[in-house]
Design a protein around this ligand. Structure first.
Ligand code: LLP
Length: 434
């Protein structure tokens, strides 16, 4: 659920008319709802019932400082994958001591930085990485807390580019080698075994793979607790969100109307399924949600530039592009597109909704049926809060978009639109060309 809905005929985020945001800050602009962020983390935690879960928000989903601060204020730690993310959490006032460092390619500098700032644990993905962490920890005179990322060989039944728990993926260490890998850890004198981790993929919409993988990891965790005295088990992130009926899914009525077999996975069902598998272990339980926390808490506002009527095809050309939101181009993902001003007297339009970037792939939707909108009017691309701005680029020399955070009836700019000067600030014409 979320807090984007029509009030009268205008699309609101909480109590803010989104047209006012577009007018003040221009477009393309990402807008996030504080109430939705808070509710999402709350529901996820409550879903596990009496089991206390430590949320390490996967910063990659949306690493804007204000968003990180919001989750830090709510007691979350962070799942980090780069020195840049780590510094962002510090800049936002978050706690590294509650955060974990994941990723297959940690550099020496990143390992040093994480150790210096007191990282809760490294999620180790390979033996050479373990050796490197051990080496650097020795140099700085620390014992590095580590957990191994286990690959449970479970198909997450999601898009191939975000399916990470099968044996042919680059992630983790196969379950069958896990005990040996932990024995190897015990022989490295500058590391300290702290837990065990997995992450099988993103945008999972079925509970089965989560359960299957959690059962496999729980069996291993019980052994690791007995032999290596581990403290925690992390089951990663991956909980999916609603993209197709994004706007409607903001309302509890929509959820109530879905027949049980078609009801999308909820945080309650997720927690309810996993808690009985994890609770008997008597370990701390960690989750690393990204998309679920921010995905439906954000939209991308865009202005219609042209409605180009072609032969047999219409193109709605908007001022947002694949550089602002790359998900449709990269994963063929669906984002609902709705007008900021609803007008039921208008004709329906069937069009490809495209951006100005010079690639056919710069297309947000094919043959999408929607209310007719024209030049100067605005639309919102729904469910854009996760992997939207954080994956944005400057392709076609377009500036990074602005970001706004709504809180009740108020809103604030949390990231100003990049200026041209900022975008070229690091560039130089070399002497030999002058
Ligand atoms: N933990 C680890 C180790 C991860 O690799 C990820 C995401 C997460 C947690 C958070 O997963 P989530 O709860 O957000 O599903 N750019 C893609 C998604 C990439 C996910 C990468 N790893 C997209 O836009 O669909």
């Amino acid at each position: 659920m979320h807090h984007f809905r029509y009030s009268g005929e205008t699309l609101h985020c909480e109590n803010v008319d989104l047209a006012a945001v577009a007018q003040l800050y221009g477009t393309p602009t990402y807008v996030y709802s504080t109430a939705t962020l808070v509710e999402n983390i709350d529901r996820l935690r409550r879903g596990f019932g009496n089991l206390d879960v430590q949320v390490c928000y996967a910063a990659k989903a949306n690493s804007s400082l204000a968003i990180l601060r919001q989750f830090a204020n709510l007691g979350a730690g962070f799942d980090l994958v780069s020195g840049g993310e780590l510094r962002r959490v510090l800049a936002a006032g978050g706690s590294i001591k509650r955060s974990v460092f994941a990723g297959v390619g940690k550099t020496e500098a990143e390992i040093r930085l994480a150790l210096e700032k007191g990282i809760y644990a490294f999620h180790v993905e390979s033996e050479p990485e373990l050796a490197r962490i051990n080496h650097i920890a020795g140099l700085v005179g620390q014992r590095a807390p580590i957990s191994i990322r286990i690959n449970p060989d479970v198909d997450a039944l999601t898009h191939a580019k975000v399916n990470t728990g099968k044996s042919d993926s680059k992630f983790g260490i196969p379950l069958k080698h896990a005990l040996l890998a932990y024995e190897a850890c015990a022989r490295f004198k500058n590391v300290r075994i702290r837990g065990v981790q997995m992450h099988i993929g993103s945008q999972l919409t079925e509970i089965g793979p989560f359960q299957e993988a959690a059962r496999k990891l729980a069996a291993l965790a019980a052994e690791l607790k007995a032999v290596h005295n581990i403290e925690y088990i992390s089951v990663g992130g991956g909980l999916g969100i609603v993209y197709k009926d994004a706007l409607a899914s903001g309302s509890p009525d929509w959820w109530a109307a879905q027949p049980a077999e078609r009801r999308p996975l909820t945080p309650e069902a997720y927690g309810e399924a996993l808690a009985p598998i994890l609770a008997p272990l008597g370990l701390e339980v960690m989750i690393e949600p990204g998309r679920f926390l921010t995905g439906n808490a954000g939209v991308l506002l865009s202005r219609v530039e042209y409605l180009k009527r072609g032969s047999g095809k219409n193109f709605l050309i908007i001022d947002a592009a694949m550089n602002d939101l790359v998900r449709p181009a990269m994963y063929d993902s669906y984002h609902e597109i709705v007008p900021l001003r609803r007008d039921t007297t208008r004709r329906a339009l069937v069009a490809d909704v495209v951006g100005p970037v010079c690639e056919s792939g710069d297309c947000f939707a094919h043959d999408r049926q929607m209310q007719e909108v024209g030049e100067g009017e605005h639309v919102a691309l729904m469910s854009a809060g996760a992997y939207g701005f954080s994956m944005a680029s400057r392709y076609n020399s377009r500036p990074l978009a602005a970001e706004v955070l709504v809180n009740g009836s108020g809103f604030e700019l949390i990231n100003a639109r990049e200026t041209f000067e900022q975008s070229i600030a690091g560039e130089r014409i070399p002497k030999f060309l002058q």
